[in-house]
Design a protein. Structure first.
Length: 207
């Protein structure tokens, strides 16, 4: 019998916690279905379950989202302990406007490459000191190189994460450059979440 977790009417992080608790109650290899009626919660559930290693498969029927998952042999401790980190909705009273920053390259602007690398390091170091921070930073194509361990940009991005800025790193790009083991900051994301985050932003800043 398929286990079902009905999260209708619940807002993040409750659906994630409900799904996590249900996974704990079933055996390795067993499947369950998570139902959501909220697109934001659905997106967060997909990211959370992917990071748990549950390989979620989604289907939308009318106004409901159905996610089929399989309990993995092992789950990520980070995802397991921090479902709140996957909630992309700014909290009430948050002074930030809903803007995001998109890094498409490891350099800023066109022209001299060394100057471009210097400029983008300066940008992120300046950004982390600003009063009005973005809700998200998205990195794709060459921009994923900014998240490489032991770099100035990765250090600045880590400080931004500490200030509740969500850093999303394009998983396809990381795989293309064969640098998964070198990523030191941010969360590996998929194009669905990146596209949705861009679509919902009030303002997008491309650098």
């Amino acid at each position: 019998m398929m286990h079902t977790v009905d999260t209708k009417g619940h807002l993040c992080p409750e659906p994630l916690i409900m799904a996590r608790n249900a996974l704990r109650e079933i055996r390795e290899g067993e499947k369950m279905t998570v139902i959501s009626d909220n697109e934001i919660s659905f997106q967060n559930l997909m990211s959370f379950l992917e990071d748990l290693g549950a390989k979620p498969l989604a289907e939308k029927k009318e106004d409901l989202y159905f996610i089929e998952v399989t309990k993995p042999a092992e789950a990520s401790e980070t995802a397991d302990k921090n479902p709140e980190a996957y909630c992309n909705i700014p909290q009430q009273g948050d002074s930030r406007t809903n803007y995001i920053v998109v890094a498409r390259s490891s350099r800023m602007g066109e022209g001299d490459e060394e100057l471009g690398a210097l400029l983008i390091r300066g940008y992120f170091n300046a950004l982390k000191e600003m009063d009005v921070l973005p809700t998200h930073i998205i990195m794709y194509n060459g921009g994923v190189k900014l998240a490489v361990k032991d770099t100035d940009t990765a250090a600045a991005l880590a400080e931004l994460e500490d200030k509740d800025v969500s850093v999303l790193v394009c998983g396809t790009c990381v795989d293309y450059y064969q640098m998964k083991d070198r990523i030191g900051v941010g969360r590996i994301s998929n194009m669905y979440q990146i596209a949705t985050t861009l679509a919902e932003a009030q303002k997008v800043v491309y650098i």
